[in-house]
Ligand binder design. Structure first.
Ligand code: FAD
Ligand code: NAI
Length: 330
């Protein structure tokens, strides 16, 4: 057991998962995030149409440990099942595409799960860490405002790979490995209509279009918007090609693609907004679990170390904590 706290950079689901495992093992952790609150790519955006899930849409659970965790979160009211009426869309039009997969969402919004996990954690928000360096015995973190934080016995970087690389200069081999991980962007657009669209579709996997996913946000459990809210995700390829387009143009183009796909009239939305996720998903697959320089006390986790999904991020956080505890006990 350490008396000097462990620093975790990133309060997405990976960082929070690591924090939970370490706290349960009796360690003290302190989390840092550059955003105003926790959640990362699982956070929801507040808008005049209520909270909207602009990032992660739902998650599946295939690993028995994550299944067990989900059951607990379900009992605590942090997640609920979402069984959308699923469709596919492509060059042959739109087709009903039901399946047996259980899908989960945070409730009453996706971001609520991470908020609940972070509720009792010691965390500093609006704090971008720019440097992680080791003194004689302990780690120190430097933020973008030149404030120093520490001492810490260990550091876990739970941020997207391109953002982790800069924090790993103390472990050049680790930094070089992480620098090789590319992540693709996603443009997300939310639309809210006064009158519900005349469609049964609540979620749609799209191919051969600028879009790759459509969802009726209001169809998720616990959402209370009085407007008919929709979230559209552009494909990685389209998002890359239009990475610097102004938001208004992104809305116009993706709204147009939506109107072409959906077999009903799409009126002028009451509200439209766009969000660019620069590091939305890993471009390739890895099965690292978590990465570490255990002798130095530096650990790295995140969705990109595993499946690039919520489940992978949670498992990666667990794995980083497991490696750290194992090294302490060795
Ligand atoms: P993140 O959530 O990215 O957390 C990293 C945190 O680190 C962030 O809060 C960030 O602010 C912080 N940070 C970064 N750099 C610094 C720094 N220097 N200092 C301090 N803080 C820093 N997954 C699914 O399973 N199902 C889906 O349907 C799905 N859809 C998605 C749709 C979109 C548009 C996106 C973007 C993602 C989607 N995902 C989906 C993926 C899922 O959201 C991620 O796998 C998961 O949320 C990643 O969690 P994480 O903790 O690894 O990283
Ligand atoms: P899942 O099992 O529902 O979907 C996995 C894939 O299977 C889907 O992408 C889709 O191609 C296909 N599929 C699933 N059900 C289908 C159905 N009923 N009809 C037709 N095709 C179907 O969920 P999983 O494995 O948990 O994946 C999460 C989802 O999150 C994926 O769709 C993935 O693309 C998406 N994601 C999006 C990101 C982004 O940045 N836009 C980032 C990370 C994940």
């Amino acid at each position: 057991m350490t008396t000097v706290p462990i620093a975790i950079i990133g309060t997405g689901i990976a960082g929070l998962s690591a924090a939970q495992a370490l706290t349960q093992a009796g360690h003290t952790v302190h989390l840092f995030d550059k955003s105003k609150g926790p959640g990362g790519r699982m956070s929801s955006k507040r808008s005049d149409a209520g909270s909207l899930d602009l990032g992660a849409q739902y998650f599946t659970a295939r690993d028995r440990r994550f299944v067990a965790q989900l059951r607990q979160w379900q009992v605590q009211g942090h997640v609920a099942e979402w069984a959308p009426s699923l469709y596919t869309a492509g060059s042959n039009g739109m087709a009903f595409s039901p399946d047996e997969q259980t899908r989960w969402v945070g409730t009453p919004r996706m971001g609520a799960l991470c908020r609940a996990l972070a509720a009792d954690a010691q965390a500093t928000y609006s704090c971008r860490i720019v440097e992680v360096f080791r003194g004689r015995d302990y780690w120190q973190l430097l933020d973008a405002d030149n404030n120093s934080h520490g001492p810490f016995s260990h550091v876990i970087c739970a941020v997207p790979a391109p953002q982790a690389t800069a924090l790993l200069s103390a472990a050049p081999k680790l930094a070089a490995l992480v620098a090789g991980v590319k992540m693709d962007p996603t443009w997300a657009v939310a639309l809210a209509f006064d009158t519900p669209l005349d469609t049964r579709m609540q979620g749609c996997f799209v191919q051969g279009s600028p879009l790759d996913w459509l969802a009726c946000d209001r169809s998720k459990p616990g959402r209370s918007s009085t407007l008919d809210t929709w979230v559209l995700h552009a494909s990685a390829q389209w998002s890359r090609q239009h990475i610097d387009l102004p938001k208004e143009s992104v809305i116009e183009l993706l709204c147009g693609a939506f109107a072409e796909l959906i077999n009903c009239p799409v009126p002028e939305p009451q509200l439209s907004l766009a969000h660019r996720w620069l590091y939305a998903r890993p471009a390739g697959a890895h099965e690292w679990g978590a990465l570490a320089d255990s002798d130095l006390g530096l650990y790295v986790c995140g969705d990109w170390c595993l499946s690039g999904r919520v489940e992978g991020a949670w498992l990666s956080g667990q794995e980083a904590a497991r490696k750290l505890i194992e090294h302490l006990e060795a």
